[in-house]
Design a protein. Structure first.
Length: 195
């Protein structure tokens, strides 16, 4: 009997150790309705060089700005194609067509993320989160190296990082102004051709 008890105790201990190791290695992220959970998902996407993967963790205004950029560039590209003469048509389309043809706002974000080197900003410190400071719908996730990443709670409860919002809003405003200029010039080209 003592041998069986000993074997049973070893088996139970082995299973417990395996279960503990599995839980440590495969522990789930905190919910994305927490700043820490959103931060960890961003860090994972940055590490795998997948900016589309954390588009859902941008604040709402930043997401809307990406869709506005796409929509304004698509309207401008259509008007340029219909009304502009060469070489202006080719020059402007080369500059804006990648945004105009983007299937989604996340694709616009990925283009800007790559072109503007935003990964460098994030890769400077995506160490583990040690502390979170909450103030209403705003939060700061503080890393082990002391970097503070600002977040804002979105209406759906998911937290979105805010560090790209100002640049994306500025780019959306620029795309809207550019569309106005394109439309005015296209009207002039159309009048000159007697359309």
């Amino acid at each position: 009997m003592p041998l069986r008890r000993k074997a049973l105790a070893w088996a139970i201990a082995s299973i417990a150790v395996i279960a503990l190791l599995y839980a440590i290695v495969h522990r789930p992220f905190p919910a994305d309705t927490t700043p820490e959970g959103a931060y960890m998902r961003i860090a994972r996407s940055v590490a795998s060089d997948d900016p589309r993967g954390f588009f859902a963790y941008l604040e709402t205004e930043a997401q809307w700005a990406c869709f506005t950029i796409r929509d304004m560039r698509a309207k401008a590209a259509a008007r340029i194609t219909a009304s502009y003469p060469e070489p202006q048509r080719t020059e402007l389309l080369a500059r804006w067509e990648r945004f105009a043809k983007a299937p989604d706002g996340s694709d616009v974000f990925a283009i800007l993320y790559t072109e503007r080197g935003w990964s460098k900003r994030l890769r400077k410190d995506l160490s583990g989160a040690t502390k979170t400071e909450l103030a209403g719908d705003r939060a700061s996730v503080i890393t082990t190296q002391g970097t503070r990443w600002p977040f804002r709670r979105r209406q759906n409860g998911i937290w979105g990082i805010t560090i790209f919002t100002a640049e994306l809003l500025a780019e959306a405003e620029k795309a809207t102004r550019d569309l106005d200029v394109v439309n005015a010039a296209a009207d002039d080209y159309d009048r000159a051709r007697g359309k």
